[in-house]
Design a protein around this ligand. Structure first.
Ligand SMILES: [Zn+2]
Length: 345
């Protein structure tokens, strides 16, 4: 979900590791010659790696639970109705940007290559050229496991120096098993309320990103969205593509265009992010498109969210510390949710 900017349609854009499976080797292999010695050494390496790296805690939360709280540190949860969707809730837009802006450029931003990973200077230049900052490049992110795996493989082969936040993401993906080929999963993200993001905007961003999670992990839904896109008139497709291009998405990526179209049209009911004028249509025309989409939508966990109002959010939320809490000891100064449940501090 793209960053807010003062474009003419006055909308807000929402948005958005090398596979090295370490197998524990049995000590029974010792004494079987040089190869066994090598395997034993590899086993010790894996053992020490596993001992050294503390697993990232991952809880489970519903949409409403996330909307009613906010993180004081980076929190990872499975989405309750579909555990192949993993939500990263960041303590700030800055923390989110440091973790995912380079991935965003690689996967889907306009004006940058998608077959190589940007170094720090090139990434910084790309963000500036788009009129954004690290914090505002996207308000929420969403990526399928395969694209994330490709990013980290390329970053390693191109010797791109990743920052600590990106290495943390790689650790998370390794832990989830999503660096392996063919993994089915999606990461979606949102920032804590504060600054440009009032509490109700968190809920808007989350609903938008949840729809992307479903698109990536439920093949029947992806297929339905592709059919819907194909059923649009060329003018309608051009209207959505134009809107998305103005938000910084690479319009040459058809799958991205149709995925974002379902997310904005159906699951982003906030005129700051999407409205009829933004695609040069009347409210009645947009309403007709929505009704057509919803009427034939496959029936699964996402379906009720196409029409349900957003969950309630607290009127005010205590400001979260702006620190990168995953790098420091997390301070829970505000209402937080954690892997074990809700906790206020
Ligand atoms: Zn989106």
């Amino acid at each position: 979900m793209g960053a807010r900017r003062g474009n003419e349609d006055d909308t807000v854009v929402i948005r958005r590791v090398s596979p090295e499976p370490v197998g524990r080797r049995s000590v029974l292999h010792a004494g079987l010659g040089g190869a066994a010695t090598f395997l034993l050494a590899a086993g010790f390496g894996a053992f020490w790696w596993q001992r050294r790296v503390k697993p990232i805690p991952i809880g489970t939360a519903t949409e409403a639970q996330i909307d009613q709280t906010q993180p004081c540190e980076t929190i990872v949860t499975y989405l309750a109705p579909d555990k192949s969707v993993v939500i990263i809730d960041f303590p700030s837009l800055e923390a989110q940007g440091l973790t995912l802006d380079r991935v965003a450029a690689f996967v889907e931003k306009a004006g940058v290559p998608h077959n190589s990973v940007l170094g720090d200077a090139a990434l910084s230049a790309a963000i500036t050229a788009s009129g954004d900052t690290v914090a505002s490049y996207y308000y929420g992110h969403d990526y399928q496991a395969g694209d994330l795996a490709r990013f980290f493989i390329l970053a390693q082969s191109e010797n791109i120096a990743l920052n600590p936040q990106e290495l943390w993401l790689k650790q998370l993906l390794r832990q989830l098993g999503w660096l392996a080929p063919g993994a089915n999963g999606a990461i979606i993200t949102l920032p804590a309320a504060g600054g440009d993001v009032p509490p109700e905007m968190r809920a808007v961003i989350l609903r938008h990103e949840i729809s992307h999670g479903a698109f990536y992990t439920v093949p029947e839904y992806r297929h339905y969205v592709e059919q819907f896109w194909a059923s649009l008139t060329p003018d309608d497709r051009a209207a959505f593509t134009g809107f998305l291009g103005r938000q910084g998405y690479d319009t040459s990526l058809t799958e991205l265009m149709l995925n974002e179209t379902q997310a904005y049209l159906i699951f982003t009911r906030d005129p700051r992010f999407f409205n009829a004028a933004a695609i040069g249509k009347t409210e009645a025309e947009v309403s007709q498109l929505r009704q057509g989409f919803i009427a034939s939508m496959p029936d699964f966990w996402l379906t009720p969210l196409a029409t349900a109002p957003l969950p309630p959010v607290p009127v005010a939320m205590a400001a979260c510390p702006e620190k990168q809490a995953m790098l420091t000891a997390g301070k829970r100064l505000c209402l937080c949710y954690r892997t074990g449940g809700l906790a206020s501090a």
